[in-house]
Design a binder for this molecule. Structure first.
Ligand SMILES: NC(=O)c1ccc[n+]([C@@H]2O[C@H](COP(=O)([O-])OP(=O)(O)OC[C@H]3O[C@@H](n4cnc5c(N)ncnc54)[C@H](OP(=O)(O)O)[C@@H]3O)[C@@H](O)[C@H]2O)c1
Length: 336
C-alpha cells in the first residue's frame, strides 16, 4: 500500500483527496494535517466522512510524518506551499503540490503574477508539470509534481492535439472559460459569496488571471515555440466544473471530420479524456476525473469545447492520477 499524507486536509481539495484515497485499493491515508484551529477528527471536520475514516487532522509535525507516509498531497495555497514542500522532500516523501508555486519555471513571471518572491528555486527547477496525458514519461521518475491549475487542465487538453501537430496560428488562441465556485476554495470573498453568486455570472481577472502565463508556458512546451493565449475566466452559479471554449485560426483549411479524427487518434488509449460528438457539459463530468472534449470547425475557425470537474481532474483526481504513475500503480486506481 502507498501511504498518503494530506497537508491542508481541511480545505476543498483536501476533502476531495480524502474521498478518493478512501476508495483507492492500493493506497491508504496515514496522516492528515491542517492549521491548528481546523484540526480534529476527520468525521467531525467533514461529517460526510462519518464512519468512513477514523483519522485525526492534526497540526503538521514533520518528525512524526517522516516514516509514516510515502507521498504528500500538498493542498495548500500558493506562497504557503513553497514554505512546506522543501521540508516534505527532505523528509523523504514524494510530493504532489496543488499550488502554483512549482508550475511556472520563470521566476520573474511567477513573481509578477503572484506578487511574491519565489523562495524555493532549487525545487522549482526539478518539478515536473503533472498533466499525465502529455508528460507521463517525466512524471514516472519525479519526486515533485506541480499539479496543473484547473483552468489550464481544461484548456491545454482542448488544444494539445492542435499544438502538437502545428495546426494552429499560435498567436490566435482565445480561451473563454466559466468555473463553478468551489474553484475559489472554502473561504468566501465578497465577490464569490452566495448572495453575489446565486443567479449570477460574471467575468473576472481580465487580462491578469494567474492561469494565463501557466497556459502559455505549457502550450509553448507542447508546440515547441512561443504561444500567445488570451484567457478570460468567468464564475458561474454552480458548485463544481469548468467549461472552456477555445477559439483559434487553423494554419490551413480543413474539415470537422478531419479534426474529429485527429482528436480521437491523439487521445486513443487515454482513460480520462473522452472525445465527444456533441458539446460537453459540466454535469456530465461532475465528481469524475474525466475531461470531455468536442472539437468543431465553424466558418474559418477552430472551436474546441472541454469540460472537467475543477476539484477532480482539475485538482485531486489529477494529483492521484500522478501519484499512481509515480508509484507504478494502474493509473486509474481510485478514480472514476
Ligand atoms: N479549488 C480548486 O478547484 C482548485 C483547483 C486546482 C488547484 N487548486 C489549488 O489547490 C490548493 C488548495 O485549494 P483549495 O481550494 O483546497 O483551498 P482551501 O479550500 O482554501 O484550502 C486550503 C487549505 O490550506 C490551509 N492553509 C491555508 N493557509 C495556511 C497556512 N498559512 N498554513 C497552513 N495551512 C494553510 C487551509 O487551512 P484552513 O482550513 O485553516 O483555512 C486549508 O486546509 C490551492 O493552491 C489552490 O490554488 C484548487
Amino acid at each position: 500500500m502507498v501511504r498518503v499524507a494530506i497537508i491542508g486536509a481541511s480545505g476543498y481539495t483536501g476533502a476531495e483527496s480524502i474521498e478518493i484515497i478512501l476508495r483507492h485499493s492500493e493506497a491508504e491515508l496515514t496522516y492528515l494535517s491542517a492549521l491548528p484551529e481546523e484540526c480534529g477528527a476527520v468525521e467531525e471536520v467533514f461529517p460526510r466522512f462519518k464512519g468512513r475514516c477514523g483519522l485525526q487532522i492534526e497540526p503538521l509535525d514533520i518528525d512524526k510524518l517522516t516514516g509514516l507516509a510515502d507521498v504528500a498531497l500538498c493542498c495548500l495555497p500558493h506562497k504557503v506551499s513553497m514554505g512546506f514542500v522543501p521540508k516534505l522532500l527532505k523528509a523523504g516523501l514524494k510530493v504532489v503540490d496543488f499550488s502554483a508555486d512549482y508550475r511556472i519555471k520563470d521566476t520573474e513571471v511567477y513573481e509578477k503574477f503572484y506578487q511574491v518572491k519565489h523562495t524555493d528555486t532549487a525545487n522549482l527547477k526539478r518539478a515536473v508539470y503533472g498533466l499525465p496525458e502529455l508528460f507521463r514519461e517525466q512524471i514516472k521518475g519525479a519526486c515533485l509534481i506541480a499539479n496543473p491549475g484547473c483552468f489550464p487542465t481544461g484548456a491545454l487538453l482542448a488544444i494539445a492535439p492542435l499544438l502538437k501537430n502545428g495546426l494552429v496560428e499560435t498567436n490566435s488562441i482565445i480561451v473563454n472559460a466559466v468555473t463553478g465556485i468551489s474553484g475559489a476554495g472554502k473561504n468566501p470573498s465578497v465577490k464569490f459569496h452566495y448572495p453575489n453568486m446565486n443567479e449570477n455570472i460574471f467575468a473576472y481577472g481580465i487580462g491578469t488571471h494567474r492561469h494565463m502565463p501557466e497556459m502559455e508556458q505549457i502550450a509553448g512546451v507542447i508546440a515547441g515555440s512561443d504561444v500567445n493565449i488570451l484567457f478570460q475566466p468567468h464564475a458561474g452559479p454552480f458548485d463544481r466544473g469548468i467549461l472552456s471554449t477555445v477559439y483559434c485560426h487553423p494554419k490551413k483549411k480543413t474539415t470537422g471530420e478531419q479534426f474529429m479524427k485527429l482528436y480521437k487518434d491523439f487521445y486513443a488509449g487515454e482513460a480520462f479524456v473522452q472525445v465527444c460528438s456533441e458539446a460537453p457539459a459540466v454535469k456530465n463530468v461532475a465528481g469524475t476525473n474525466y475531461c470531455h472534449i468536442y472539437p468543431a470547425f465553424v466558418k474559418d475557425r477552430i472551436v474546441v469545447f472541454s469540460a472537467i470537474d475543477n476539484l477532480v481532474k482539475g485538482a485531486s483526481g489529477q494529483a492521484i492520477q500522478n501519484m499512481n504513475i509515480i508509484f507504478g500503480l494502474e493509473e486509474t486506481l481510485g478514480l472514476k
